[in-house]
Design a binder for this molecule. Sequence first.
Ligand code: ADP
Ligand code: MG
Length: 696
Amino acid sequence: MNSQGIKSSLHQPLAAHAAVGVARGELLARLGIRRPIDLLFFFPRGYDEPAPLQASTQFVENTRVAFAGTVVEISGRVTQTGKHILGVLVAADDGGAVRLTWFNQPFRRNDLRVGLRLVASGLLRSTVLNWEMVQPTITPLADDEPAALAKPLPRYSLTEGLKQAAVRSTMQEVARPLIEHIDEVLPDWLRERLQVPDVHRALADIHFPENMEAALAAQRRFKTQELLVLQLAITLQRQQRELSAQAPPCEPSGKIHARILNRLQHTLTHDQLAAVADIGRDMARERPMNRLLQGDVGSGKTLVAQYAMLLCAAYGHQAALMAPTEVLARQHADNLQRSLASSRVRVALLTGSMGRSERRGVVESAASGAVDLLVGTQALLSSDVQFKDLGLVIVDEQHKFGVVQRAKLRTESQQPHYLVLSATPIPRTIAMTAFGDLDVSTIREKPPGRAPVNTYISTPENLPAWWEFVDRQLSKGRQAYVIAPRVAEVDASDAASAEGIYESLRDGPLSHRRIGLLHGRLESSDKESVLGQFSRGDLEILVATTVVEVGIDVPNATLMSILDANKLGLSQLHQLRGRVSRSSHSGFVCAVAAAGCDTEDNQRLQAFAKSDDGFELAEMDLVMRGPGDLLGTSQSGLPSLRIANLVDDAALLALAREVAKELLRDDPQLAAPQLDKLRRQTVVRYGESMQLSDVG
Ligand code: ADP
Ligand code: MG
């Protein structure tokens, strides 16, 4: 085959390959491997590392070692029970002797002869006479070949029916001969800058490494490349935004600043003021603000967001605030309305469940400029929502939305300033990737006068005592949340459901209390009425799914029971707890771990009980569950990376970011022919998701 032919064969179906066949082809397809090229870029998860080469004088029983020596004696025998035992005595190069033993592998003898030099590795045992290794791995050596370590063996992800050995041999037979036909994407000087091997070396070393050093260098190459492509996409996106972008400058002059502070419901804390100063500085410019405001649950992000909206309105521009749930959007709208009573600023709400004519009215007033502050759910993203003069977009609880959605709202108008709020502290590496290059403001302190929350971990057996405690607290005038992860019983399993627990409380220990039920499947008018009753105090207990997780603010509610708490993540639990630390009354949280709770669940619940610091918990969550989960799995907007890892490869990410900036500073469109392949890879990978329109 000529080289063109080989290149096209990289993309032919793998199952057609004689060394693969239909059956294995199907198994590989389950792992996403359909073509030889997929196989080449299906990287090992890790390596079985060889035992260290050791002198026999330094042997320690029960350790795994490798040593070099010469076969001096071979004996095979069959025991009375019919077991075959192959014994091989090896004189180690440095003098000692080691007996190698294999059970029921008589064929091994074929590879052995007296006088053969070899490296053996395995677990050491000592017998009366000498050292012994049972079922060792051996590598024959040529007569004068120096002893070397065995090679690391790649470990691939598998699927049922597919063995490690099968993947390894497919790699050897199918992938290996194709390596030299893969195009290099990174020019020489760039590889030098990144300190990575070329693609042919790296592909060979990642699948067939001579030693761990080579394997790690190869991994580093592909991790760096992957992160570089990601950073190029992010930097291109930001560059596009800034080049094309003229945002309306809104300077917080002394007078305006004072007037806005006056309208807010509380005196701002030091951290809130600092965040407000950051925002004022950003919004005073013609370049769009692009800022993340992070602060623990209950730290008072809403007031800061209100400040930004009022600043925008002071200059006559419109502002939009998007919240992840209808309940929360409504709460924001009500809040704003309250602050703005007796002002000219007009607030409107837009949600998905609105009636047609009501909706039309709101949409029209956004388009005509009759409304100044529009609060809503994702309904704000629909294509018929247009603004006359949008100056600011705020996304509350950003981690509930994906990146693409955010981009949509941004491009609906010219270029508004942009502020995202998040109660999940976002590690820098993730902020850099998931949200482009956001500037960050952080609120660390809680508003004054907050009593601490007491957190208990419990089991279902202890619930009766807990309900008694709840009952006494209700008698003192407090209110309570009861959270169940599910809406309804799905099957006969005993997982707690909101409907189930609502009925059992109503008919049981708290039957004399006024109880309401809130979950996502209710009609929106019902949700509203339930929530209204709870916040007015007409309901004493609110049984709910995790819809209350985000943002609901009822300061008098100080009790929370979380059923099946082990089904929830750490950040989510902490968000829930945030609902009951909003006043000077102490909060009480009882997290109930259902049956079937494993060690990891227990660890998480213990961590939850021990710490009330959202930043600390988020770090733990990141380590325990990985970045995807932290931000809400598939919705997170985090790119799915093949080989790099945002937790472990932070240093490579920083390098990739620096290099991406250098490249684009010198060549904003990556137009240099040398960078053609790299540019194409970036566009293929991220063009659509990041809307990289100008680079093609
Ligand atoms: P989050 O940051 O979780 O969105 P909120 O903005 O809902 O928190 O604020 C939580 C509670 O703290 C609200 O009841 C709010 O009125 C109150 N709050 C916010 N800032 C202050 C402040 N500076 N002083 C007193 N209370 C405040
Ligand atoms: Mg909030």
